[in-house]
Design a protein around this ligand. Structure first.
Ligand SMILES: Nc1ccn([C@@H]2O[C@H](COP(=O)(O)OP(=O)(O)OP(=O)(O)O)[C@@H](O)[C@H]2O)c(=O)n1
Ligand SMILES: C[C@](O)(CO)[C@H](O)COP(=O)(O)O
Length: 231
């Protein structure tokens, strides 16, 4: 049994506009519907818990997608708070050792082969795993006036993507510890790493982009218009 967690309580401040980006139209659906279907389409995923903003008026109210349950809870001030709230809101029938798949509502272009590989390789790993893409650009460190301070070695650098796959018990403990510490963790793997554990990186496609700015939405439209295995 594997359940998905989809954090969808963000307001999209970097994107701008009145409608939170996860509810914008994209390739015949909404951004969030592509992201939900991308994880629910896998036969091993049994349902999803979606973390919503308080009084989210844009949520369409789905109670099932593809015959699988869609549950909702209220998220928190930061992404990590929303993920923790969703983990804690899951039914008690989902035990501590069950796998949870955390996927951004803002990542609609997840390819089914990436998800299949993450589930196959990740569930073989004792700690868990995440999709990630090797860094392919030269990386510069800058000062506060955007002048180069130097070039970072990129050979061992990866960009974390989602989904990220961890067991319910370890994920809840890691996120709760990070929350108590006041340290902002920007993904689930960072919380797990703080426990001294080493999640496995599973190489994912570069087109599994996160919708952050309007340019990302246009690119996602192109990617999904050529949908060969995308959500
Ligand atoms: N308090 C928050 C913040 C973010 N998210 C979700 O986490 C994902 C990735 O976050 P991001 O791209 O940063 O979304 P926003 O926070 O909405 O964007 P911004 O930072 O530009 O406001 C999104 O699906 C977003 O809805 C969430 O559930 N709860
Ligand atoms: C979780 C994530 O998508 C991995 O790259 C990323 O950290 C989310 O960052 P955001 O600033 O909350 O969008």
């Amino acid at each position: 049994m594997t359940w998905a967690i989809v954090p969808a309580a963000g307001r999209g401040s970097r994107f701008g506009g009145a409608t939170p980006k996860q509810y914008l139209p994209l390739a015949g659906r909404s951004v969030i519907e592509h992201s939900l279907r991308a994880v629910l389409d896998h036969p091993d995923v049994d349902g999803v818990m979606v973390a919503l903003a308080q009084d989210d008026g844009a949520w369409p109210g789905w109670r099932e997608i593809g015959g699988k349950p869609v549950l909702t809870c209220v998220g928190g001030g930061e992404r990590a708070d929303s993920v923790l709230a969703a983990v804690q809101a899951l039914p008690a029938t989902i035990s501590e050792d069950q796998w949870l798949l955390v996927h951004d509502a803002a990542r609609p272009c997840l390819h089914r082969q990436d998800l299949a590989r993450l589930l196959a390789e990740g569930r073989e790993d004792a700690v868990g795993a995440l999709l990630a893409a090797p860094v392919r650009d030269t990386l510069k460190r800058a000062d506060d006036r955007q002048h180069c301070l130097g070039t970072e070695p990129r050979e061992s650098l990866w960009r974390a993507l989602t989904p990220q796959l961890f067991r319910r018990g370890s994920l809840e403990r890691a996120l709760a510890a990070a929350q108590r510490s006041g340290i902002k963790v920007t993904d689930e793997a960072m919380a797990i790493e703080r426990l001294g554990l080493k999640p496995r990186l599973v190489e994912g496609r570069d087109d599994n982009l996160k919708i952050t700015t309007p340019a990302d939405l246009a690119l996602a439209e192109f990617i999904l218009s050529r949908a060969i295995g995308h959500g």
